[in-house]
Design a protein around this ligand. Structure first.
Ligand code: UDX
Length: 437
């Protein structure tokens, strides 16, 4: 099938590449000329494990192309994906100007039937708004379909190639048949393509992400309570998660959820509800708790250092909002850095992928190390903000040699408590007892 993908951000690039992998001819469009030129030369603009192999293979085999020319890209395309940003506007609501702007541009070009698919996470009612744009600007028949993505950064290729489900919102039989054909190779294992109306599909995405954010937040609160009552959240998590109705996944407590989706989607759903005069109370609590959770580790540090962090030097392991990505959007590490700098502390950070992004954002406000152990040199303590595999089984000897004091504040519960006792560390993690040196 001939496909056009408008927008080569994270979602667009993964979608375009994975659609090419099953034999479709995909043209990706972006307005940034330099980025398009680089992609044509085979340079991948994002870090996503496994994507580069597919990206190069499909470019070489001529199924994946890049252009800045919208007309050329959509000319023969049967299905056009809109994978454009929907950043929160000043009022916190998703800004639809990119999506609606692209719809208008497409309407001005097309001369025969197209399926227009909104892939970006968009508020309920957006498909209707996109339809209205086409109605106003063209007499050509189009079907507007909502097809939300459920891609997790770091495992997005797997999530696209073997999805738990594909959600398609459309009221058109013609569009339904085309979408079914397109996604058939991805659901061979028997996982469903769930067809529904556009509004239900749009809401599904928000509800799924908000539910997951709620699940994590609930466990973060349980962890906070564990600290007060002397329980161990690891045990509680296992006990709770073994109930199949609850499930083991997304129950890991930490320093709050971050990233480009959860914070934005929870807020957008709460605001959408408000527009319909519905007070979605649980979401407000989730946002409040998460905000506090991100810097709870600072409270612990303030208490340990008796209120004075001034002049202290901290090693920070992990900057990305989660492992296997260089994405720092809403990363808890940034909030921790902010608080530590305000308190007059010095920070030396290490992250396998995200240091360039943080350097662009913060300049020389913090320093960066070439490897995890250099970051520890002369540090008063180590703070762990991202659970990269690399940090899970460190060279403890080198760690001890480099740290000034054997003190760890672990926001991701990476280490076994007994190990910390044996090594003689002060170790403060989430929802578990504090190990005193
Ligand atoms: C998420 C959704 O999972 C995906 O379906 C959606 O389409 C996009 O948003 P992503 O943002 O890539 O994906 O990351 P995810 O792996 O879901 O983690 C989100 C955040 O929750 C991270 O900050 C992570 O550290 C945190 N998290 C996750 C926890 O704190 N505990 C957990 O048990 C799981």
């Amino acid at each position: 099938m001939k496909i056009a993908v408008i927008g080569t951000g994270y979602v667009g690039l993964v979608t375009g590449t994975c659609l090419a992998e099953t034999g479709n001819n995909v043209t990706c469009v972006d307005i940034v000329e330099e980025k398009v030129q680089k992609m044509k030369e085979g340079v991948m603009p994002i870090y996503e494990p496994g994507l580069d192999i597919l990206f190069h293979r499909n470019i070489e085999q001529g199924r994946l192309k890049f252009t800045t020319n919208l007309a050329e890209a959509i000319k023969d395309a049967v299905i056009i994906f809109l994978a454009l940003p929907t950043p929160p506007g000043g009022d916190g609501r998703a800004d639809l100007s990119f999506v609606l702007g692209a719809a208008k541009d497409i309407a001005g070009i097309i001369d025969h039937y197209k399926v227009i698919v909104t892939k970006s996470t968009v508020p309920v009612g957006t498909a209707d708004k996109v339809k209205a744009v086409f109605k106003e600007h063209t007499s050509v028949e189009v079907d507007v379909v909502s097809n939300p993505e459920f891609l997790r950064e770091g495992v997005a290729v797997d999530d696209f190639m073997k999805p738990d489900r594909v959600v398609v919102g459309t009221s058109s039989e013609k569009a339904k048949a085309l979408m079914e054909e397109l996604y058939a190779p991805y659901v061979r294992s028997g996982n469903p393509i769930i067809f529904m109306d556009e509004r239900s599909s749009e809401l599904t995405k928000y509800a799924a992400n908000s539910f997951l954010a709620t699940k994590i937040t609930f466990m973060n609160e349980v962890a906070n309570l564990c600290e007060l009552v002397g329980a161990d959240v690891d045990m509680v998590r296992k006990g709770v998660g073994s109930d199949a109705r609850i499930g083991k996944r997304f129950l890991f407590p930490g320093i709050g959820y971050g990233g480009s989706c959860f914070p934005k989607d929870v807020q957008a759903l709460a605001l959408s509800a408000e527009e319909y005069n519905y007070d979605f109370k649980i979401l407000k609590s989730v946002m409040d708790v998460n905000q506090v959770q991100k810097i709870k580790i600072i409270e612990k540090m303030i208490s340990y250092y008796k209120g004075d962090l001034k002049g202290k030097k901290f090693a920070l392991w992990g900057l990305a909002f989660k492992p296997e990505t260089d994405d720092i959007r809403e990363a808890p590490a940034l909030y921790i850095i902010d608080e530590l700098l305000k308190a007059g502390a010095e920070i030396v950070a290490y992250d396998p992928e995200a240091m360039d992004n943080v350097e662009r954002l913060l300049g020389d406000k913090i320093s960066f190390a070439d490897n995890p152990y250099d970051a520890l040199q002369g540090a008063d303590a180590l703070i762990i903000a991202t659970e990269w595999q690399l940090f899970r089984n460190p060279d403890y000897e080198l760690m001890e040699q480099n740290l000034k004091y054997k003190v760890i504040f672990d926001g991701r519960n990476l280490y076994d408590l007994q190990k910390m006792i044996d090594l003689g560390y002060y170790y403060n993690s989430i929802g578990r007892k504090i190990i005193e040196a």
